[in-house]
Design a protein around this ligand. Structure first.
Ligand SMILES: [Zn+2]
Length: 478
């Protein structure tokens, strides 16, 4: 009565048969031109997939949804663009090509030749754009594949040039100094946008407690009296310029094993072993105290005064309630240093190596110095103790390296003049899901100026020409 059916169905084979049938009968083209004369228009802008590797299952998943929406609107009679996009510009690609060629750092690229390297990057993008295209066709996604847009196209790059030109005309572009998150391996700064979503990873760091001996008015070390500070980045101690307390917080002076320490009253539990409170005071009583810096013997620290400053940001949440300030190696520190007129000490070059002026540290990499820093502190009798401290710390989303904070000179777009108008546009958008709007508005409200330059080789070429007098010109087109 029934035709017999093979119980072992070869699904992939079935799918291929159907794909072939579509192809032979020109079904995708018929389908995509079906609503060509419709006056209803549905515009789906495909966020471009990075053409840097074959499509993964997570891509296939997302792309199936996109295709679903497009098909739904086609069934409703909407005319559409059916256009796919490829992102083929930027550090992602560079990192993969570096791996392909066995490079360790940016210097290897320079030796290889920047032009040749850029060609390699473009070849990689083309190769994977082709692979992703055939994977998408196999997935039964329907698009005008020959009309895919590429972020690396001249068309796109010149559009961005025009945008930057417009920014300059509106006085939004400037070159500035700031302390930015920096990847020593990729040898480039990262913008806030690049860290905010997936850059923070749970990380074990040293929680290091250090004594800063107090100096009397004649700059002599007061016998056995120190403020206690805490840091999770021992390398930044080399560039310490100040210490900060909260004026309104309660502090204590304690005696332990014949030495005296100042710290926040609420942080007494960080002390190991027996101790006795000698006196109580407010943070404001400590402001102005001079202390001996942890690395005063380094040439860069020569003739520097170290003082205790008042800072509202100091909290009782962690550490000792006295914060070590290195304006050349921390973002908030930099802002405080600016307020106090402190010239920052910037310790690292673009590869994360200590620069000249740091004596035995010079030439060492920031990732390799912790133990040597402890030894040095111990030899000066200012090491208190170290413990393991786990926190969420920013990493490079491209290569996984821990980021450092570095004083840089980069190009920025000012956000303050744009904040309000961007917020207005945001509020006029119908967000699905709704909380997207709030998140976007929060982000807009808090974002700093946008760093647009990168010290790298494959990406949008910034069309900025600097004149000798410090002025600059933005080229807006070919
Ligand atoms: Zn990196």
């Amino acid at each position: 009565m029934f035709q017999s059916v093979n119980s072992k169905v070869d699904f992939p084979e079935l799918e291929n048969e159907i794909l072939n049938w579509w192809e032979e009968n020109n079904i995708p083209d018929k389908y995509m031109s079906k609503n060509e004369n419709s006056d209803k228009r549905y515009s789906f802008i495909d966020g471009p997939i990075t053409a840097n590797n074959p499509m993964g299952v997570h891509h296939a998943w997302g792309r199936s949804y996109k295709d679903l929406f497009a098909r739904f609107r086609t069934m409703q009679g909407y005319k559409q663009r059916y256009q796919n996009g490829f992102d083929g510009q930027g550090l992602w690609i560079e990192v993969e090509v570096e791996k392909e060629l066995g490079f360790q750092s940016k210097t290897d690229i320079e030796k290889f030749g920047v032009g040749k390297f850029v060609t390699k990057c473009k070849e990689r993008v083309q190769k994977f754009a082709d692979i992703i295209t055939s994977q998408s066709i196999r997935l039964a996604q329907w698009n005008h594949w020959d009309n895919s847009y590429h972020t690396m196209s001249d068309e796109n790059n010149y559009t961005i040039w025009h945008f930057l030109k417009t920014c300059q005309e509106r006085d939004l572009i400037y070159q500035g100094t700031d302390v930015m998150p920096w990847c020593p391996r990729c040898s480039t700064g990262l913008s806030e946008h690049e860290i905010v979503t997936e850059g923070y990873i749970e990380t074990d760091h040293p929680g290091l407690f250090v004594k800063f001996p107090i100096l009397d008015s004649g700059s002599k070390r007061t016998p056995n009296e120190s403020i206690l500070i805490w840091t999770t980045t021992p390398w930044t101690l080399s560039s310490n310029c100040a210490a900060a307390v909260n004026e309104d917080m309660d502090y204590v002076k304690v005696e332990q094993d014949g030495e005296f320490y100042y710290l926040a009253k609420s942080r007494l539990n960080i002390l190991k072993g027996e101790h006795e409170i000698v006196s109580h005071m407010k943070g404001k009583d400590l402001v102005g105290l001079k202390y001996q810096g942890p690395f005063d013997e380094l040439p860069v620290q020569k003739d520097r005064d170290h003082r205790v400053l008042a800072w509202d940001e100091v909290s009782e949440g962690e550490g000792t309630g006295i914060v070590h300030i290195a304006p050349g190696a921390g973002k908030e520190d930099f802002a405080l240093g600016k307020r106090e007129g402190i010239e920052p000490i910037a310790p690292l070059n673009d590869l994360g190596d200590f620069i000249e002026g740091f004596d035995w540290l010079t030439g060492l990499n920031v990732y390799d110095v912790n133990d040597k820093i402890y030894e040095s502190l111990k030899s000066k009798n200012v090491f208190y103790r170290v413990e393991k401290y786990t926190h969420r710390y920013p990493h490079c989303w491209r290569c996984g390296s821990e980021l450092v904070f570095r004083l840089v000179n980069e190009w920025f777009i000012k956000m303050d003049p744009l904040r309000e108008s961007l917020a207005r546009v945001t509020q006029n958008i119908n967000w699905v899901p709704e909380f997207g709007m709030k998140r976007e508005l929060d982000w807009l409200k808090n974002m700093d100026d946008w760093m647009i330059s990168k010290k790298r080789y494959y990406g949008l070429a910034l069309p900025i020409w600097e004149f000798e007098d410090g002025s600059f010109y933005v080229v807006g087109s070919k």
